[in-house]
Design a protein around this ligand. Structure first.
Ligand code: GAP
Length: 443
């Protein structure tokens, strides 16, 4: 799966993802395809819910950010203008002894193999990360096009169309969620570095004056998202300001998360100056300046970007949620046993409420109750196995609430609601169930 050793915790997460159908290798029956992943039913439910929270936070709860869904393939000149065709690559070398491939800039000593110590290395070579395709009937140089390497470029291209259509004035942002493709030389750490992945990016267009205040604002907003929406513990997060800045940038900072394999970049918040707009102005030969009607001046907007990989965010959520504790068991001779549990916040859990009939005879009753909540929460009806096993199965996929319909329910019109983290159980009248769950699940 990964070319590098991963520690036990990571192995357990990867194995749980496969076993419970969150994420597994693409094209598995053909031996897999390195750097490509498929999300099964729970995985896609989680991914969609996370994307939904990002969109709510970044677009729908504001009146100064609007959305875009652009094509994946755009004019090849776009990638020339952005610098991706000429400069988007890694300098790599291979060890001739152990065949390990390295990014030269990541080697402590570029003359020595980090893996086996050999000095027999290939000369450094440049690999471009853009994925190529052909558009049109002829497969030649003239018809080369690229799958986008980042979702932000079309935002710059569409800035004026969107501004005119929405009558937005600076400062305002444009957000996009979608696929990006990079021919990564060393895809690794499960979905952390993939060749096909989704990005969630927002470009905030403003005047240069005041742009650093916007940079600070978005840095804080993004930090708050991890703490308040995803409920990450603060000690698992880290702000990493860039030491070396691109010549056009005034500031850049990454939000890092402590994965089981170490600190890794989750998101970048970048002050991009007028670089992107000026490159596209030059290559398209169009005037991309903004007319500021407040003081009748024309200028290229300055851009502050927030950019995060959705798959990487989902991986961090899985790592953060994964836990093993002890819970009562019905296994012979044992009072308790290891419980694998995913502590997802209820807003993003793939299944928010599971309905469990205590006996086969009550299956229809539980199903009728579930029917009342379909479309309101993400639900599941779980009818097989003893109740302890079913709780364990739900814990393992991170379901925050299990509703058990038992024989008493027929008499008292109430159900038992069991909370995942505390395992506490509460008897709730069915008439109050919606209000009770709304408060817990929808927040
Ligand atoms: N528009 C700026 C940009 O794309 P980036 O640092 O190259 O910047 C932004 O990528 C984010 O996209 C990263 O912080 C990471 O979360 C995600 N990302 C980048 N490459 C990735 C890959 N190969 N696999 C998964 N996620 C990736």
């Amino acid at each position: 799966m990964s070319e590098q050793p991963i520690d036990t915790c990571m192995e357990k997460i990867v194995s749980l993802c496969k076993r419970r159908g969150f994420v597994f290798q693409s094209s598995e029956i053909y031996g897999g395809f390195n750097g490509f992943w498929d999300y099964g039913p729970y995985g896609i439910a989680l991914k969609r819910a996370v994307e939904r929270q990002w969109w709510l936070y970044m677009v729908e709860k504001r009146n100064n950010v609007v959305g875009l869904d652009s094509s994946i393939i755009c004019h090849p000149k776009v990638w020339k203008a952005s610098g991706h065709v000429d400069r988007f690559g890694d300098i790599m070398c291979d060890c001739k002894q152990c065949k390990t491939r390295f990014r030269v800039d990541q080697m402590p000593d570029p003359t020595t193999c980090t893996n086996c110590g050999s000095k027999d290395l290939t000369p450094p070579r440049e690999f471009n990360l853009m994925m190529k395709t052909y558009v049109g009937p002829v497969f030649d140089e003239e018809h080369i096009a690229y799958l986008r390497a980042e979702t932000c470029q079309p935002i710059f291209l569409d800035f004026h169309s969107i501004r005119i259509a929405t009558r937005m004035q600076l400062p305002f942002g444009i957000a996009q969620v979608g696929k990006a493709f990079r021919n990564e030389i060393t895809p690794r750490m499960f979905t952390f570095r993939s060749r096909e992945f989704s990005q969630m990016e927002m470009e905030f267009f403003c005047a240069d004056e005041g742009s650093m205040e916007w940079f600070e604002y978005w840095r804080q907003e993004r930090w708050n998202f991890y703490l308040n929406v995803l409920k990450f513990p603060v000690e698992k997060l880290h702000l990493h300001p860039h030491d070396k800045l691109a010549h056009y940038a005034k500031a850049a900072v990454d939000i890092e998360y402590e994965f089981p394999f170490g600190w890794g970049e989750l998101e970048g918040i970048h002050h991009r100056g007028t670089w992107d707009m000026s490159q596209h102005q030059q290559f398209s030969e169009q005037d991309l300046q903004y007319l500021d009607q407040t003081n009748n001046t024309r200028y290229l907007p300055t851009v502050v970007e927030t950019s995060v990989g959705l798959d990487r965010m989902v991986l961090a959520i899985l790592c953060n949620a994964y836990d093993e504790d002890r819970a009562p068991t019905q296994k012979e001779g044992m009072e308790d046993d290891v419980r694998v549990v995913l502590h997802f916040p209820a807003t993003i859990a793939p299944v928010q409420v599971a309905f469990l009939p205590l006996s086969k005879k009550l299956n229809q009753n539980a199903q009728d109750l579930q029917a009342k909540f379909l479309g309101r929460y993400r639900t599941e009806l779980d009818v097989t196995g003893n109740i302890g096993k079913r709780y364990r199965r739900q814990d393992e996929i991170g379901t925050p609430y299990c509703v058990t319909f038992d024989f008493d329910s027929l008499e008292d019109n109430a159900v038992t609601v069991r909370e995942r983290d505390s395992m506490a159980q509460e008897r709730i009248p069915i008439d109050n169930l919606r209000a009770y769950l709304d408060e817990k699940v929808l927040g």
